[in-house]
Design a protein around this ligand. Structure first.
Ligand SMILES: NC(=O)c1ccc[n+]([C@@H]2O[C@H](COP(=O)([O-])OP(=O)(O)OC[C@H]3O[C@@H](n4cnc5c(N)ncnc54)[C@H](O)[C@@H]3O)[C@@H](O)[C@H]2O)c1
Length: 269
């Protein structure tokens, strides 16, 4: 059985994926928060990605890496993204490459396209990036860093632009980019195992009535979503008219991120 390191394993996405992935892989769960509810095929490593020693120890002996950990927030400052999203992502890639890891999956985000208006296109898969925040800018950096390592070294890498991974669908924007745990797990397995991968950008979305993404490349690689967002509507779901146009960012792919002001880089942190 192959061993996968999951960074940020204590978070929302990590919690959703663990039960689905541990049937297929031994999971090394890395987070700065302690993880104590370990199941069969799971071990925990409590550490911080901003410490190089922790990264080196975490990747030792694993076959693949699923990199979820990151700093985020609608109005996050650029400086606040530097340690985890820039430096640690590069260090993790380099450490993984040097220790012989052959598969790497980077949790990117639909926010790399978040500044597009929702009426700007039918489908957004192939459009150039339009990051909506310093969080999204760091995801563009992460994707580009993955491309560097995939092109230079013998590593197969996928960036999965995750839509929304909440347990239920909360509004009319998210219904167009929501993903279930089991569909995301399917994409992770494709990233870990498919023989045709060098560097790919895939979309972490389930089916939906009017999707933002066709996810053609993922489907070519065998992705077949099992879930449709319309079947996971939350009881307090907000339809388009119920969303505040000024604060929800309902007319932008990135929602509230796209209408919130960028924190100044000119002022000191
Ligand atoms: N949840 C979503 O809907 C969604 C949507 C798009 C993209 N994503 C991406 O998926 C990934 C996981 O998201 P999530 O919702 O589970 O986030 P989360 O905040 O719930 O979990 C992130 C985890 O990373 C850990 N972490 C952060 N910095 C760390 C560090 N320096 N060292 C060790 N651990 C650290 C945190 O303790 C946390 O447990 C992120 O990269 C996020 O950008 C998530």
């Amino acid at each position: 059985m192959q061993t996968i390191l999951i960074t940020g394993a204590a978070g929302i996405v990590g919690k959703a994926l663990r039960p689905l992935l541990r049937k297929h892989y031994a999971l090394r769960l890395f987070d700065r928060l302690p993880i104590t509810d370990l199941a069969e095929n799971e071990s925990a490593f409590c550490g911080d990605l901003t410490r190089t020693g922790d990264i080196l120890e975490a990747v030792d002996g694993v076959d693949g890496v699923l990199h979820l950990a990151c700093a985020y927030g609608i109005d996050i400052r650029f400086e606040s993204t530097l340690n985890t999203n820039y430096n640690a992502t590069l260090q993790l890639l380099e450490a993984a490459q040097k220790s012989g890891v052959k598969r790497f999956i980077f949790a990117s985000s639909h926010h790399v396209l978040g500044q597009y208006r929702t009426d700007a296109a039918e489908l957004f898969d192939e459009l150039p990036v339009a990051p909506d925040s310093y969080y999204a800018l760091s995801k563009v950096f992460g994707e580009a860093s993955c491309a560097v390592f995939a092109q230079r070294y013998d590593m197969a890498i996928c960036a999965i632009r995750i839509g929304n991974a909440d347990p239920q669908v909360s509004d009319a924007r998210r219904v167009r980019l929501w993903v279930s745990g089991r569909d995301l797990a399917q994409l992770v397995r494709i990233g870990m195992e498919h023989s045709q991968i060098r560097y790919e950008i895939l979309y972490g979305v389930s089916d939906s009535p009017k999707p933002f993404f066709s996810n053609t490349r993922a489907r070519e690689l065998g992705y077949s979503p099992m879930d449709n967002a319309k079947d996971f509507i939350a009881p307090d779901y907000l339809d388009y008219d119920a969303m505040c146009p000024q604060t929800s960012g309902r007319d932008f792919l990135g929602g509230a991120y796209a209408v919130s002001s960028l924190a100044s880089c000119l002022e000191s942190a």
